[in-house]
Design a protein around this ligand. Sequence first.
Ligand code: BG6
Length: 498
Amino acid sequence: MPSADEPFALIIFGASGDLTRRKLMPALWSLYAARTLPEPFAIVATARTGLSDDGFRRRMRETVDTFARLKVPSEGVWERFAAAVHYVAGDPADPALYAKLGAKLGELERGRSGAPANRLFYCATPPSLYDDIIANLGGAGLARPVPGGFTRLVVEKPFGRDWESARALGRQLAGAFAEEQVYRIDHYLGKETVQNILVFRFANGIFEPLWNRNHVAEVQVTVAESLGIETRGAYYEEAGALRDMMQNHLLQLLCLIAMEPPLSFDAGPVRDEKNKVMHAIRPLDPCRVEEAALRGQYGAGFAESRPVPGYRQEPGVAPRSATETYAALRLLVDNWRWAGVPFYLRTGKRLARRVSEIAIRFHRTPHSIFRRGPAVVEANTLVIRIQPDEGIALTVAAKTPGPDLRLAPVRLDFRYGEVFGGEPPEAYERLLLDAIHGDATLYARGDWVEEAWQLLGPVLESWAQEPGPALHAYEAGSWGPAEAEGFIARDGGAWRRP
Ligand code: BG6
């Protein structure tokens, strides 16, 4: 692994896209401003748009002012950062671009004689361009590390759209790169609160003994968004909630909750344990998909008291679209630790609130000695709040003050904001730094990605049929389709209202 102060070049494909604007450049700037970006560095951005270095830098300045966590303190500091940013115009499908990129990298690296040539390529383009980029990087000899340095490739999701296409992408990658060179980003893994799941579980002695079927009754993972699909109609029509969120972010969260302790917090052991969870999830029966999966689509409604259109009225969406904007799954992890504990996962756009959380509900006490209290005391629930209001809360029963013996649930609550103050770093900051340092622990491995597609295969196939299972309508601004309640009530449960 290179030391933190080795030089590197980051080459971004898709430099005029949304991801570069909203996430990558702001994250790179914040790392620089916080003095955590290794130096000297070069950022070589490429896209089809014809732009000069200065033209691109001006655009990035606006982007950083709008989206970065840290503000620009002075023009001088910005100028120093911007001097390391270069722009090369070209078509990623055209091999000529790669000759230009190779020449640019050579020029930058020759300027630092004796230092290793460390290169990090970043695919921030639509996935339809991945094939060309990978093939051209291979063809131009840019996929091979320059002796003494590293060459890595960061790929953004979606990694394929089903098991077959994920395998094809895997083969394509393997044709040009070794698996250790490939970093598949899932930005949920870079969130501070998600990283903390493993710390919470494995750096505290008291939770692990409870973390199993003997004590846990049920796990609910919720990733709710209040936003609609914004301007991403064309992408979302192809993706839907299952591909966009469930196949990656929610299954990753499930794995972090369900996995066994890894030997160490390193890429190999952590990712091996997550794969074991994927292997243990009971395959979904293609004939009984409706018992394990439910889908919905938002209609018109309200978001923050403003009227908003339904999904089918959004730009870029077909008027009779059957794409789901809400998905719920019921999964079972068939192993010694979790046998019989249902894991409910749900995600949706235009839900009542933006909230991501994992709720672990424990068994009730076997018997209540408080005869004069309520007949049923609420079960203890541990809630890991991923965002917003990041924190962890445990509900416990307490005696309310007064002469009578009355019980009420109270929350023992840890809030990141109160304890640590400030804004946590963006997930992309952490993940970019990890890729630069060669640490793949928080990245998805190819075999995990394929397992996730395989698991969801029966649902994807069933939902692709016409007519497929019901696509339940829900009002924008609600908690999803009413039928979702019946879906979970079959086991006697109920969705939480976070
Ligand atoms: C992305 C999805 O992966 O995650 C988006 O493509 C979604 O549709 C986003 O909005 C949510 O990320 P976050 O960090 O805002 O929860």
